[in-house]
Design a binder for this molecule. Structure first.
Ligand code: AMP
Ligand code: MG
Length: 348
Protein backbone atom coordinates (compact mmCIF):
# COMPACT_ATOMS: atom_id res chain seq x y z
CA UNK A 1 0.00 0.00 0.00
CA UNK A 2 1.22 3.49 -0.88
CA UNK A 3 0.97 5.76 2.19
CA UNK A 4 -0.18 9.24 1.15
CA UNK A 5 1.57 12.21 2.73
CA UNK A 6 -0.35 15.39 3.60
CA UNK A 7 1.18 18.51 5.11
CA UNK A 8 -0.97 21.09 6.92
CA UNK A 9 -0.43 24.16 9.07
CA UNK A 10 -0.79 23.30 12.77
CA UNK A 11 -3.08 26.23 13.64
CA UNK A 12 -4.82 26.91 10.32
CA UNK A 13 -5.01 23.58 8.50
CA UNK A 14 -6.25 23.55 4.91
CA UNK A 15 -9.71 21.98 5.15
CA UNK A 16 -9.59 20.59 1.62
CA UNK A 17 -6.49 18.56 2.54
CA UNK A 18 -8.04 17.26 5.76
CA UNK A 19 -11.17 16.37 3.79
CA UNK A 20 -9.07 14.02 1.63
CA UNK A 21 -7.82 12.30 4.79
CA UNK A 22 -11.41 12.10 6.10
CA UNK A 23 -12.45 10.28 2.91
CA UNK A 24 -9.88 7.57 3.71
CA UNK A 25 -11.37 7.24 7.23
CA UNK A 26 -14.95 7.07 5.85
CA UNK A 27 -13.87 4.31 3.47
CA UNK A 28 -12.59 2.24 6.41
CA UNK A 29 -8.89 3.14 6.02
CA UNK A 30 -6.22 4.28 8.48
CA UNK A 31 -4.84 7.81 8.85
CA UNK A 32 -2.02 8.87 11.16
CA UNK A 33 -2.69 12.36 12.49
CA UNK A 34 -1.07 14.88 14.81
CA UNK A 35 -2.39 15.60 18.29
CA UNK A 36 -0.92 17.75 21.06
CA UNK A 37 0.29 14.62 22.89
CA UNK A 38 1.74 12.28 20.20
CA UNK A 39 0.73 11.24 16.65
CA UNK A 40 -2.29 8.91 16.62
CA UNK A 41 -3.39 6.22 14.17
CA UNK A 42 -7.07 6.80 13.41
CA UNK A 43 -9.89 4.66 12.09
CA UNK A 44 -13.68 5.04 12.19
CA UNK A 45 -14.33 4.07 15.84
CA UNK A 46 -17.77 2.68 15.03
CA UNK A 47 -16.56 0.38 12.24
CA UNK A 48 -15.27 -2.95 13.56
CA UNK A 49 -13.37 -3.81 10.38
CA UNK A 50 -11.67 -0.44 10.20
CA UNK A 51 -10.61 -0.70 13.84
CA UNK A 52 -9.22 -4.21 13.33
CA UNK A 53 -6.89 -2.60 10.77
CA UNK A 54 -5.31 -0.54 13.56
CA UNK A 55 -4.44 -3.66 15.57
CA UNK A 56 -3.04 -5.25 12.42
CA UNK A 57 -0.90 -2.31 11.32
CA UNK A 58 0.56 -1.81 14.81
CA UNK A 59 0.84 -5.49 15.78
CA UNK A 60 -1.12 -4.47 18.89
CA UNK A 61 -2.44 -7.16 21.27
CA UNK A 62 -6.24 -7.40 20.90
CA UNK A 63 -6.93 -7.04 24.64
CA UNK A 64 -5.40 -3.54 24.67
CA UNK A 65 -8.37 -1.19 24.18
CA UNK A 66 -8.31 2.04 22.18
CA UNK A 67 -9.20 5.63 23.03
CA UNK A 68 -12.15 7.17 21.16
CA UNK A 69 -11.42 10.75 20.11
CA UNK A 70 -14.30 13.21 19.79
CA UNK A 71 -14.59 16.86 18.74
CA UNK A 72 -18.03 17.75 20.10
CA UNK A 73 -19.45 17.31 23.58
CA UNK A 74 -22.75 15.98 22.20
CA UNK A 75 -20.91 12.82 21.00
CA UNK A 76 -20.32 11.82 24.62
CA UNK A 77 -23.91 10.77 25.32
CA UNK A 78 -23.78 8.33 22.38
CA UNK A 79 -20.68 6.60 23.71
CA UNK A 80 -20.96 6.71 27.53
CA UNK A 81 -24.02 5.35 29.36
CA UNK A 82 -23.46 7.61 32.38
CA UNK A 83 -21.26 10.56 33.19
CA UNK A 84 -20.57 10.85 36.92
CA UNK A 85 -20.04 14.25 38.53
CA UNK A 86 -16.28 13.73 38.83
CA UNK A 87 -16.06 13.13 35.09
CA UNK A 88 -18.08 16.27 34.39
CA UNK A 89 -15.69 18.29 36.55
CA UNK A 90 -12.65 16.87 34.71
CA UNK A 91 -14.22 17.44 31.30
CA UNK A 92 -15.09 21.03 32.18
CA UNK A 93 -11.56 21.73 33.34
CA UNK A 94 -9.34 19.74 30.97
CA UNK A 95 -11.16 19.25 27.65
CA UNK A 96 -10.13 19.81 25.00
CA UNK A 97 -6.73 18.56 26.17
CA UNK A 98 -4.46 15.66 27.12
CA UNK A 99 -6.89 13.87 29.45
CA UNK A 100 -8.61 10.56 28.66
CA UNK A 101 -11.60 9.58 30.78
CA UNK A 102 -12.80 5.98 31.28
CA UNK A 103 -16.61 5.70 31.51
CA UNK A 104 -19.29 3.01 31.28
CA UNK A 105 -19.85 2.32 27.59
CA UNK A 106 -22.96 2.17 25.43
CA UNK A 107 -23.73 -0.56 22.88
CA UNK A 108 -22.95 1.83 20.01
CA UNK A 109 -19.27 0.93 20.37
CA UNK A 110 -17.89 -2.24 18.75
CA UNK A 111 -16.30 -4.66 21.26
CA UNK A 112 -13.00 -4.49 19.40
CA UNK A 113 -12.56 -0.85 20.52
CA UNK A 114 -12.90 -1.63 24.24
CA UNK A 115 -11.08 -4.98 24.19
CA UNK A 116 -14.32 -6.54 25.46
CA UNK A 117 -14.48 -4.31 28.58
CA UNK A 118 -17.76 -2.71 29.72
CA UNK A 119 -16.00 0.66 29.85
CA UNK A 120 -14.68 3.01 27.17
CA UNK A 121 -11.83 5.54 27.15
CA UNK A 122 -12.73 8.93 25.60
CA UNK A 123 -10.74 12.08 24.89
CA UNK A 124 -11.27 15.42 23.18
CA UNK A 125 -7.89 16.54 21.82
CA UNK A 126 -6.85 20.18 21.87
CA UNK A 127 -5.05 20.04 18.51
CA UNK A 128 -6.97 21.99 15.84
CA UNK A 129 -5.89 19.53 13.14
CA UNK A 130 -7.09 16.56 15.20
CA UNK A 131 -10.49 18.10 15.98
CA UNK A 132 -11.00 19.23 12.39
CA UNK A 133 -10.21 15.72 11.10
CA UNK A 134 -12.69 14.19 13.58
CA UNK A 135 -15.41 16.66 12.49
CA UNK A 136 -14.82 16.05 8.80
CA UNK A 137 -14.87 12.27 9.35
CA UNK A 138 -18.23 12.60 11.12
CA UNK A 139 -17.51 9.76 13.56
CA UNK A 140 -15.49 9.26 16.75
CA UNK A 141 -11.95 8.22 15.83
CA UNK A 142 -10.45 5.18 17.54
CA UNK A 143 -6.78 6.05 17.82
CA UNK A 144 -3.80 4.63 19.68
CA UNK A 145 -0.33 6.07 19.18
CA UNK A 146 0.86 5.65 15.57
CA UNK A 147 3.85 3.39 16.27
CA UNK A 148 4.57 -0.31 15.95
CA UNK A 149 3.50 -1.90 19.25
CA UNK A 150 6.29 -1.87 21.82
CA UNK A 151 8.20 1.00 20.15
CA UNK A 152 8.40 4.61 21.36
CA UNK A 153 5.36 6.69 20.39
CA UNK A 154 5.86 9.03 17.41
CA UNK A 155 5.97 12.80 17.95
CA UNK A 156 6.68 13.58 14.27
CA UNK A 157 5.28 12.38 10.93
CA UNK A 158 8.78 11.11 10.13
CA UNK A 159 8.68 8.77 13.16
CA UNK A 160 5.23 7.53 12.07
CA UNK A 161 6.56 6.68 8.61
CA UNK A 162 9.62 4.93 10.07
CA UNK A 163 7.22 2.41 11.67
CA UNK A 164 4.13 2.36 9.46
CA UNK A 165 4.99 3.44 5.87
CA UNK A 166 3.20 1.13 3.44
CA UNK A 167 0.84 -0.16 6.16
CA UNK A 168 -1.53 2.83 6.46
CA UNK A 169 -3.53 4.98 4.03
CA UNK A 170 -2.05 8.36 4.92
CA UNK A 171 -0.12 10.48 7.38
CA UNK A 172 -0.94 14.13 8.13
CA UNK A 173 2.15 16.14 9.04
CA UNK A 174 1.71 19.26 11.18
CA UNK A 175 5.15 19.36 12.78
CA UNK A 176 6.24 18.00 16.18
CA UNK A 177 3.65 17.34 18.93
CA UNK A 178 3.74 20.00 21.67
CA UNK A 179 3.46 17.85 24.79
CA UNK A 180 5.33 14.75 23.65
CA UNK A 181 3.92 12.17 26.08
CA UNK A 182 0.50 10.51 25.81
CA UNK A 183 -2.68 11.63 27.54
CA UNK A 184 -3.34 11.04 31.22
CA UNK A 185 -5.90 8.23 31.69
CA UNK A 186 -8.36 8.56 34.62
CA UNK A 187 -11.00 5.93 35.41
CA UNK A 188 -14.18 7.70 36.52
CA UNK A 189 -16.21 4.50 37.04
CA UNK A 190 -14.69 4.02 40.52
CA UNK A 191 -16.18 5.89 43.55
CA UNK A 192 -12.96 7.89 43.78
CA UNK A 193 -11.42 8.48 40.32
CA UNK A 194 -8.32 6.37 39.65
CA UNK A 195 -5.20 7.47 37.76
CA UNK A 196 -4.39 4.63 35.35
CA UNK A 197 -1.67 6.33 33.30
CA UNK A 198 0.23 9.55 34.07
CA UNK A 199 0.43 11.91 31.09
CA UNK A 200 -0.02 15.44 29.80
CA UNK A 201 -2.36 16.51 32.64
CA UNK A 202 -0.29 16.18 35.80
CA UNK A 203 -1.27 14.47 39.07
CA UNK A 204 -0.95 17.84 40.82
CA UNK A 205 -3.49 19.38 38.41
CA UNK A 206 -5.91 16.46 38.99
CA UNK A 207 -5.63 16.73 42.78
CA UNK A 208 -6.29 20.45 42.64
CA UNK A 209 -9.56 19.85 40.80
CA UNK A 210 -10.74 16.57 42.34
CA UNK A 211 -9.34 16.84 45.86
CA UNK A 212 -9.02 13.08 46.02
CA UNK A 213 -7.67 10.60 43.48
CA UNK A 214 -6.48 7.01 43.75
CA UNK A 215 -3.44 5.81 41.90
CA UNK A 216 -3.47 2.40 40.24
CA UNK A 217 -0.96 0.43 42.38
CA UNK A 218 0.47 -1.12 39.23
CA UNK A 219 1.92 2.23 38.10
CA UNK A 220 5.69 2.14 38.08
CA UNK A 221 5.70 -1.40 39.36
CA UNK A 222 6.62 -4.40 37.22
CA UNK A 223 4.74 -7.20 38.93
CA UNK A 224 1.20 -5.96 39.58
CA UNK A 225 -1.57 -6.36 36.98
CA UNK A 226 -2.66 -2.86 35.93
CA UNK A 227 -6.32 -1.83 35.53
CA UNK A 228 -5.45 -0.31 32.19
CA UNK A 229 -4.71 -3.33 29.97
CA UNK A 230 -2.16 -1.47 27.85
CA UNK A 231 0.00 -0.64 30.84
CA UNK A 232 1.09 -4.27 31.26
CA UNK A 233 2.90 -4.45 27.93
CA UNK A 234 6.56 -3.69 27.31
CA UNK A 235 6.69 -0.28 25.70
CA UNK A 236 8.76 2.55 24.34
CA UNK A 237 11.81 0.31 23.98
CA UNK A 238 14.79 1.56 21.96
CA UNK A 239 16.83 -0.92 19.90
CA UNK A 240 19.48 -1.65 22.56
CA UNK A 241 19.27 -2.68 26.26
CA UNK A 242 18.65 0.42 28.33
CA UNK A 243 19.48 1.13 31.98
CA UNK A 244 17.71 3.90 33.88
CA UNK A 245 19.48 5.86 36.63
CA UNK A 246 17.32 7.03 39.50
CA UNK A 247 18.27 9.17 42.48
CA UNK A 248 19.97 12.41 43.33
CA UNK A 249 21.27 14.04 40.15
CA UNK A 250 24.97 14.41 41.05
CA UNK A 251 25.05 10.75 42.17
CA UNK A 252 23.48 9.76 38.85
CA UNK A 253 26.19 11.62 36.95
CA UNK A 254 29.01 10.03 39.03
CA UNK A 255 27.56 6.59 38.37
CA UNK A 256 27.05 7.34 34.67
CA UNK A 257 30.72 8.32 34.30
CA UNK A 258 31.79 5.06 35.99
CA UNK A 259 29.48 2.94 33.83
CA UNK A 260 30.83 4.66 30.70
CA UNK A 261 34.45 3.85 31.66
CA UNK A 262 33.54 0.25 32.51
CA UNK A 263 31.71 -0.44 29.23
CA UNK A 264 34.07 1.57 27.01
CA UNK A 265 37.05 -0.63 27.95
CA UNK A 266 34.99 -3.62 26.82
CA UNK A 267 34.79 -1.97 23.39
CA UNK A 268 31.07 -1.27 23.64
CA UNK A 269 29.42 1.61 21.82
CA UNK A 270 27.53 3.56 24.47
CA UNK A 271 24.41 5.72 24.12
CA UNK A 272 23.19 8.13 26.78
CA UNK A 273 19.68 9.64 27.02
CA UNK A 274 20.43 12.68 29.14
CA UNK A 275 19.73 16.33 29.88
CA UNK A 276 21.64 19.05 27.97
CA UNK A 277 23.50 19.80 31.20
CA UNK A 278 24.75 16.21 31.47
CA UNK A 279 25.40 15.84 27.72
CA UNK A 280 28.07 18.54 28.01
CA UNK A 281 29.96 16.44 30.58
CA UNK A 282 30.14 13.25 28.50
CA UNK A 283 33.30 12.03 26.76
CA UNK A 284 33.39 12.08 22.93
CA UNK A 285 33.06 8.31 22.60
CA UNK A 286 29.51 8.42 24.02
CA UNK A 287 26.60 9.10 21.67
CA UNK A 288 24.23 11.48 23.48
CA UNK A 289 20.48 11.81 22.89
CA UNK A 290 19.78 15.17 24.50
CA UNK A 291 16.27 15.55 25.95
CA UNK A 292 16.69 19.22 26.82
CA UNK A 293 17.32 21.05 30.05
CA UNK A 294 16.44 19.11 33.18
CA UNK A 295 15.11 22.39 34.60
CA UNK A 296 12.17 22.19 32.15
CA UNK A 297 10.14 18.99 32.42
CA UNK A 298 7.96 20.31 29.56
CA UNK A 299 11.04 20.30 27.34
CA UNK A 300 12.08 16.84 28.56
CA UNK A 301 8.60 15.40 27.82
CA UNK A 302 8.52 17.03 24.37
CA UNK A 303 11.92 15.55 23.41
CA UNK A 304 11.66 12.18 25.17
CA UNK A 305 10.45 9.95 22.33
CA UNK A 306 12.81 11.43 19.74
CA UNK A 307 15.63 10.74 22.19
CA UNK A 308 14.46 7.13 22.58
CA UNK A 309 14.34 6.77 18.78
CA UNK A 310 17.75 8.32 18.16
CA UNK A 311 19.55 4.99 18.46
CA UNK A 312 17.43 3.45 15.68
CA UNK A 313 19.52 5.33 13.15
CA UNK A 314 22.75 5.50 15.20
CA UNK A 315 22.98 2.01 16.71
CA UNK A 316 24.74 1.43 20.05
CA UNK A 317 25.33 -1.65 22.25
CA UNK A 318 24.04 -0.28 25.53
CA UNK A 319 22.07 2.79 26.63
CA UNK A 320 22.01 4.68 29.94
CA UNK A 321 19.25 7.17 30.74
CA UNK A 322 19.29 9.97 33.29
CA UNK A 323 16.17 10.02 35.51
CA UNK A 324 14.30 13.22 36.40
CA UNK A 325 12.29 14.39 39.42
CA UNK A 326 8.81 12.84 39.62
CA UNK A 327 6.93 16.12 39.90
CA UNK A 328 4.62 17.56 37.23
CA UNK A 329 5.28 15.97 33.84
CA UNK A 330 8.21 14.13 35.47
CA UNK A 331 5.79 11.43 36.68
CA UNK A 332 4.82 10.58 33.07
CA UNK A 333 8.43 10.87 31.87
CA UNK A 334 9.69 8.45 34.54
CA UNK A 335 6.80 6.03 33.89
CA UNK A 336 7.83 5.87 30.19
CA UNK A 337 11.57 5.65 30.95
CA UNK A 338 11.02 2.76 33.39
CA UNK A 339 9.07 0.84 30.77
CA UNK A 340 11.57 1.68 28.04
CA UNK A 341 14.30 0.26 30.30
CA UNK A 342 12.23 -2.90 30.93
CA UNK A 343 12.74 -2.00 34.62
CA UNK A 344 16.54 -2.26 34.42
CA UNK A 345 16.85 0.42 37.08
CA UNK A 346 20.06 1.53 38.77
CA UNK A 347 19.18 3.28 42.05
CA UNK A 348 21.94 5.59 43.27
P1 AMP B 1 -2.59 4.37 23.51
O1 AMP B 1 -3.79 4.69 22.70
O2 AMP B 1 -1.59 3.51 22.81
O3 AMP B 1 -2.03 5.61 24.12
O4 AMP B 1 -3.14 3.51 24.71
C1 AMP B 1 -4.39 3.77 25.31
C2 AMP B 1 -4.31 3.46 26.79
O5 AMP B 1 -5.63 3.60 27.35
C3 AMP B 1 -3.85 2.04 27.04
O6 AMP B 1 -3.02 2.01 28.18
C4 AMP B 1 -5.18 1.34 27.28
O7 AMP B 1 -5.05 0.16 28.01
C5 AMP B 1 -5.98 2.41 28.01
N1 AMP B 1 -7.42 2.17 27.91
C6 AMP B 1 -8.19 2.25 26.80
N2 AMP B 1 -9.46 1.92 27.08
C7 AMP B 1 -9.50 1.61 28.39
C8 AMP B 1 -10.53 1.17 29.28
N3 AMP B 1 -11.78 1.00 28.86
N4 AMP B 1 -10.22 0.94 30.58
C9 AMP B 1 -8.94 1.14 31.01
N5 AMP B 1 -7.92 1.53 30.22
C10 AMP B 1 -8.20 1.77 28.93
MG1 MG C 1 0.67 3.66 22.57
Amino acid sequence: MQTQYFHVNKDKPDTSILAQAAVIIKQGGLVAFPTETVYGLAANGLDERAVSGIYQAKGRPSDNPLILHIADYCELAKLASSIPLNAKVLIEKFWPGPLTIVLKRTQAIPNIVTGGLDTVAIRMPDSTVARELIRLSGVPLAAPSANTSGRPSPTTAEAVLADLAGKIGAVIDAGPSNIGVESTVVDCTTPVPTLLRPGGVTLEMLIEVLGDIEIDPALGCENTVPKSPGMKYAHYAPNAPMYLLEGENSSQIDRLQREIKHHAVQGKKIGAIVSSETARLLPDNVLAADYGSRTSLEQVAANLYSALRKFDTDPVDIIFAEGVAETGLGLAVMNRLRKASAYRIIKV
